[in-house]
Ligand binder design. Structure first.
Ligand SMILES: [Zn+2]
Ligand SMILES: [Zn+2]
Length: 290
Protein backbone atom coordinates (compact mmCIF):
# COMPACT_ATOMS: atom_id res chain seq x y z
CA UNK A 1 0.00 0.00 0.00
CA UNK A 2 1.10 3.57 -0.59
CA UNK A 3 0.98 7.06 0.88
CA UNK A 4 1.66 9.57 -1.87
CA UNK A 5 1.46 12.83 0.06
CA UNK A 6 4.02 13.35 2.82
CA UNK A 7 5.82 16.42 4.12
CA UNK A 8 8.94 16.22 6.23
CA UNK A 9 8.41 19.10 8.63
CA UNK A 10 5.60 21.12 10.17
CA UNK A 11 4.98 24.64 8.94
CA UNK A 12 6.50 27.67 10.61
CA UNK A 13 3.76 30.21 11.16
CA UNK A 14 6.13 32.82 12.60
CA UNK A 15 9.90 33.40 12.55
CA UNK A 16 9.94 32.30 16.23
CA UNK A 17 8.83 28.74 15.44
CA UNK A 18 11.50 26.02 15.58
CA UNK A 19 13.77 25.62 12.55
CA UNK A 20 13.69 22.12 11.00
CA UNK A 21 17.00 20.30 10.70
CA UNK A 22 17.06 19.51 7.00
CA UNK A 23 16.58 16.13 5.32
CA UNK A 24 18.69 13.51 7.12
CA UNK A 25 18.21 9.79 6.50
CA UNK A 26 16.86 9.28 10.05
CA UNK A 27 13.93 11.55 9.27
CA UNK A 28 12.90 9.39 6.32
CA UNK A 29 13.37 6.23 8.40
CA UNK A 30 10.97 7.58 11.02
CA UNK A 31 8.26 8.00 8.35
CA UNK A 32 8.96 4.59 6.86
CA UNK A 33 8.70 2.90 10.28
CA UNK A 34 5.46 4.61 11.22
CA UNK A 35 3.86 3.91 7.83
CA UNK A 36 4.90 0.25 7.99
CA UNK A 37 3.11 -0.06 11.34
CA UNK A 38 -0.05 1.00 9.46
CA UNK A 39 0.53 -1.47 6.64
CA UNK A 40 1.96 1.07 4.18
CA UNK A 41 5.28 0.31 2.51
CA UNK A 42 5.56 2.85 -0.32
CA UNK A 43 6.07 6.52 0.60
CA UNK A 44 5.84 9.45 -1.78
CA UNK A 45 7.31 12.66 -0.39
CA UNK A 46 5.74 15.89 -1.64
CA UNK A 47 7.34 18.89 0.05
CA UNK A 48 5.70 22.24 -0.70
CA UNK A 49 7.25 24.15 -3.58
CA UNK A 50 6.72 27.54 -1.92
CA UNK A 51 8.88 26.44 1.08
CA UNK A 52 11.98 26.42 -1.12
CA UNK A 53 13.96 29.63 -1.42
CA UNK A 54 14.35 28.97 -5.14
CA UNK A 55 10.59 29.47 -5.57
CA UNK A 56 10.71 33.10 -4.44
CA UNK A 57 11.63 34.73 -7.77
CA UNK A 58 9.33 32.37 -9.66
CA UNK A 59 6.14 32.64 -7.58
CA UNK A 60 6.78 36.31 -6.81
CA UNK A 61 4.64 38.33 -4.42
CA UNK A 62 1.45 36.56 -5.41
CA UNK A 63 -0.41 38.22 -2.53
CA UNK A 64 0.26 41.78 -3.68
CA UNK A 65 -3.10 42.43 -5.35
CA UNK A 66 -5.10 40.89 -2.49
CA UNK A 67 -7.01 42.86 0.16
CA UNK A 68 -4.37 44.10 2.58
CA UNK A 69 -5.43 42.18 5.71
CA UNK A 70 -5.33 38.86 3.83
CA UNK A 71 -2.16 39.79 1.94
CA UNK A 72 -0.34 40.58 5.18
CA UNK A 73 -1.18 37.16 6.64
CA UNK A 74 0.02 35.36 3.51
CA UNK A 75 3.21 37.38 3.18
CA UNK A 76 4.18 36.83 6.84
CA UNK A 77 3.45 33.10 6.62
CA UNK A 78 5.34 32.52 3.37
CA UNK A 79 8.35 34.49 4.61
CA UNK A 80 8.49 32.50 7.89
CA UNK A 81 7.94 29.15 6.19
CA UNK A 82 10.25 29.52 3.15
CA UNK A 83 13.35 27.95 4.66
CA UNK A 84 14.49 25.00 2.54
CA UNK A 85 16.67 24.59 -0.52
CA UNK A 86 15.21 22.52 -3.34
CA UNK A 87 18.61 20.95 -4.02
CA UNK A 88 18.83 19.73 -0.40
CA UNK A 89 15.37 18.22 -0.46
CA UNK A 90 15.94 16.36 -3.72
CA UNK A 91 19.33 15.13 -2.47
CA UNK A 92 17.72 13.92 0.77
CA UNK A 93 15.02 11.87 -0.95
CA UNK A 94 17.48 10.48 -3.51
CA UNK A 95 19.88 9.47 -0.72
CA UNK A 96 17.02 7.75 1.14
CA UNK A 97 16.14 5.88 -2.04
CA UNK A 98 19.76 4.85 -2.57
CA UNK A 99 19.89 3.64 1.04
CA UNK A 100 17.11 1.20 0.11
CA UNK A 101 14.12 2.96 1.67
CA UNK A 102 10.83 2.59 -0.26
CA UNK A 103 10.47 6.29 -1.06
CA UNK A 104 9.50 8.32 -4.13
CA UNK A 105 10.50 11.82 -5.09
CA UNK A 106 7.49 14.09 -5.38
CA UNK A 107 6.60 17.74 -4.97
CA UNK A 108 3.44 19.65 -4.05
CA UNK A 109 3.17 22.48 -6.53
CA UNK A 110 1.23 25.65 -5.70
CA UNK A 111 -0.92 26.45 -8.70
CA UNK A 112 -1.18 29.99 -10.00
CA UNK A 113 -2.10 30.27 -13.70
CA UNK A 114 0.33 33.16 -14.16
CA UNK A 115 3.43 31.34 -12.91
CA UNK A 116 2.90 27.63 -13.57
CA UNK A 117 5.06 27.62 -16.71
CA UNK A 118 8.00 29.18 -14.85
CA UNK A 119 7.52 26.70 -12.01
CA UNK A 120 7.79 23.82 -14.47
CA UNK A 121 11.02 25.32 -15.83
CA UNK A 122 12.42 25.61 -12.29
CA UNK A 123 11.79 21.97 -11.40
CA UNK A 124 12.61 20.48 -14.78
CA UNK A 125 16.20 19.36 -13.92
CA UNK A 126 15.20 16.98 -11.11
CA UNK A 127 14.27 13.27 -11.26
CA UNK A 128 10.66 13.45 -10.07
CA UNK A 129 8.59 10.31 -9.63
CA UNK A 130 5.37 12.33 -9.44
CA UNK A 131 3.98 15.81 -8.95
CA UNK A 132 0.89 16.77 -7.01
CA UNK A 133 -0.79 20.10 -7.60
CA UNK A 134 -2.74 22.18 -5.12
CA UNK A 135 -4.64 25.42 -4.83
CA UNK A 136 -3.74 26.84 -1.42
CA UNK A 137 -4.23 30.47 -2.33
CA UNK A 138 -7.07 32.11 -4.22
CA UNK A 139 -5.28 35.28 -5.22
CA UNK A 140 -3.46 36.10 -1.99
CA UNK A 141 -6.07 34.53 0.28
CA UNK A 142 -5.15 31.24 1.99
CA UNK A 143 -8.25 29.10 1.40
CA UNK A 144 -7.04 26.55 4.00
CA UNK A 145 -5.52 29.05 6.44
CA UNK A 146 -6.63 29.89 9.99
CA UNK A 147 -8.94 32.74 8.86
CA UNK A 148 -10.50 30.79 6.00
CA UNK A 149 -13.92 30.31 7.62
CA UNK A 150 -14.35 33.99 8.36
CA UNK A 151 -13.45 34.96 4.79
CA UNK A 152 -15.69 32.27 3.25
CA UNK A 153 -18.65 33.74 5.14
CA UNK A 154 -17.67 37.27 4.14
CA UNK A 155 -17.58 36.34 0.43
CA UNK A 156 -20.59 34.06 0.61
CA UNK A 157 -20.03 30.30 0.78
CA UNK A 158 -21.13 29.48 -2.74
CA UNK A 159 -19.14 32.39 -4.23
CA UNK A 160 -15.99 31.44 -2.29
CA UNK A 161 -16.29 27.84 -3.46
CA UNK A 162 -16.75 29.00 -7.06
CA UNK A 163 -13.56 31.05 -6.82
CA UNK A 164 -11.64 28.08 -5.46
CA UNK A 165 -13.08 25.59 -7.97
CA UNK A 166 -12.33 27.86 -10.91
CA UNK A 167 -8.62 27.59 -10.08
CA UNK A 168 -8.84 23.88 -9.29
CA UNK A 169 -10.48 23.29 -12.68
CA UNK A 170 -7.72 25.30 -14.39
CA UNK A 171 -5.15 23.14 -12.62
CA UNK A 172 -6.89 19.92 -13.65
CA UNK A 173 -7.21 21.11 -17.23
CA UNK A 174 -3.56 22.18 -17.43
CA UNK A 175 -2.29 18.60 -17.26
CA UNK A 176 0.86 19.90 -15.57
CA UNK A 177 0.75 17.62 -12.52
CA UNK A 178 0.13 13.92 -12.07
CA UNK A 179 -2.30 14.16 -9.15
CA UNK A 180 -4.75 16.73 -7.76
CA UNK A 181 -4.14 17.19 -4.02
CA UNK A 182 -6.99 17.69 -1.51
CA UNK A 183 -9.34 18.62 -4.34
CA UNK A 184 -12.11 20.03 -2.10
CA UNK A 185 -9.92 21.61 0.58
CA UNK A 186 -12.30 24.60 0.51
CA UNK A 187 -14.39 22.56 3.00
CA UNK A 188 -11.52 22.43 5.53
CA UNK A 189 -13.10 24.99 7.90
CA UNK A 190 -16.27 22.89 7.98
CA UNK A 191 -18.41 25.43 6.09
CA UNK A 192 -20.25 24.18 3.01
CA UNK A 193 -22.81 25.52 0.53
CA UNK A 194 -26.42 24.66 1.34
CA UNK A 195 -26.65 22.46 -1.75
CA UNK A 196 -23.81 20.10 -2.65
CA UNK A 197 -22.15 21.79 -5.67
CA UNK A 198 -22.28 19.01 -8.26
CA UNK A 199 -21.89 21.55 -11.06
CA UNK A 200 -18.51 22.61 -9.63
CA UNK A 201 -17.46 19.00 -9.04
CA UNK A 202 -18.23 18.02 -12.62
CA UNK A 203 -16.07 20.76 -14.12
CA UNK A 204 -13.03 19.46 -12.23
CA UNK A 205 -13.82 15.80 -12.96
CA UNK A 206 -14.22 16.48 -16.68
CA UNK A 207 -10.97 18.47 -16.82
CA UNK A 208 -9.05 15.76 -14.94
CA UNK A 209 -10.43 12.99 -17.14
CA UNK A 210 -9.51 14.88 -20.31
CA UNK A 211 -6.00 15.79 -19.19
CA UNK A 212 -5.24 12.38 -17.66
CA UNK A 213 -4.70 13.75 -14.16
CA UNK A 214 -5.35 11.53 -11.11
CA UNK A 215 -6.91 12.61 -7.82
CA UNK A 216 -5.75 11.74 -4.31
CA UNK A 217 -8.00 10.32 -1.60
CA UNK A 218 -6.70 12.04 1.51
CA UNK A 219 -7.21 11.56 5.23
CA UNK A 220 -6.20 15.17 5.95
CA UNK A 221 -9.86 16.23 5.97
CA UNK A 222 -10.48 13.88 8.90
CA UNK A 223 -8.00 15.86 11.03
CA UNK A 224 -9.76 19.21 10.68
CA UNK A 225 -13.32 20.61 10.94
CA UNK A 226 -14.32 19.21 7.53
CA UNK A 227 -14.32 15.81 9.28
CA UNK A 228 -14.44 14.03 5.93
CA UNK A 229 -11.98 12.51 3.48
CA UNK A 230 -11.01 14.62 0.44
CA UNK A 231 -12.82 14.37 -1.96
CA UNK A 232 -16.37 14.15 -0.57
CA UNK A 233 -18.05 10.75 -1.25
CA UNK A 234 -20.27 12.03 -4.06
CA UNK A 235 -17.33 13.91 -5.63
CA UNK A 236 -15.11 10.81 -5.52
CA UNK A 237 -17.89 8.73 -7.06
CA UNK A 238 -17.98 11.20 -9.99
CA UNK A 239 -14.23 10.78 -10.47
CA UNK A 240 -14.69 7.02 -10.51
CA UNK A 241 -17.48 7.17 -13.07
CA UNK A 242 -15.28 9.32 -15.30
CA UNK A 243 -12.39 6.82 -15.08
CA UNK A 244 -10.03 9.13 -13.15
CA UNK A 245 -7.49 7.07 -11.17
CA UNK A 246 -6.55 7.73 -7.55
CA UNK A 247 -3.61 7.81 -5.18
CA UNK A 248 -3.85 7.44 -1.40
CA UNK A 249 -2.64 10.26 0.85
CA UNK A 250 -2.23 11.31 4.46
CA UNK A 251 -0.71 14.80 3.96
CA UNK A 252 1.45 14.06 7.02
CA UNK A 253 3.74 16.81 8.29
CA UNK A 254 5.36 14.76 11.09
CA UNK A 255 6.39 11.08 11.21
CA UNK A 256 3.48 10.20 13.55
CA UNK A 257 1.03 11.10 10.77
CA UNK A 258 2.60 8.88 8.09
CA UNK A 259 -0.18 6.73 6.60
CA UNK A 260 -2.54 8.13 9.24
CA UNK A 261 -6.15 7.29 8.36
CA UNK A 262 -5.03 4.73 5.81
CA UNK A 263 -7.95 2.35 6.46
CA UNK A 264 -10.41 5.22 6.12
CA UNK A 265 -9.07 6.36 2.73
CA UNK A 266 -9.09 2.81 1.40
CA UNK A 267 -12.68 2.41 2.61
CA UNK A 268 -13.67 5.70 0.95
CA UNK A 269 -12.05 4.61 -2.32
CA UNK A 270 -13.81 1.25 -2.27
CA UNK A 271 -17.14 2.88 -1.44
CA UNK A 272 -16.76 5.02 -4.58
CA UNK A 273 -16.11 1.90 -6.66
CA UNK A 274 -12.31 1.87 -6.88
CA UNK A 275 -10.38 -1.40 -6.79
CA UNK A 276 -6.97 0.00 -7.73
CA UNK A 277 -4.77 3.01 -6.99
CA UNK A 278 -1.75 4.40 -8.78
CA UNK A 279 1.91 3.89 -7.97
CA UNK A 280 4.43 6.22 -9.65
CA UNK A 281 7.96 5.93 -10.97
CA UNK A 282 9.61 8.62 -13.09
CA UNK A 283 6.23 10.30 -13.74
CA UNK A 284 4.64 7.10 -15.02
CA UNK A 285 1.65 5.80 -13.09
CA UNK A 286 0.72 2.14 -12.88
CA UNK A 287 -2.41 0.64 -11.35
CA UNK A 288 -2.00 -1.64 -8.36
CA UNK A 289 -4.76 -3.31 -6.33
CA UNK A 290 -6.12 -1.50 -3.28
ZN1 LIG B 1 -1.59 21.06 0.32
ZN1 LIG C 1 0.49 18.74 1.48
Amino acid sequence: MGDYHLHLWEHRDTPDDPMPSGFPLERFEAYVDQAAARGVTELGFTEHLYRFVESEPVLGEFWRDERSDLAEITEAFVRADRIFRLEDYVAGVVAAKEAGLPVKLGLEIDFFPETIDRVLDLIEPYPWDFLVGAVHWVGGWAIDGPRAGEEILRRGVRRAWEQYFELETDLARSGTVDVLAHVDVCKKAGIRPEEEPFDLYREVVKAAAESGTAVEVSSQGLRNPADEVYPAPAFLAEFHTAGVPITLASDAHVPEQAAWGHDEVVAAARAAGYETRLAFDARVGSEVPL
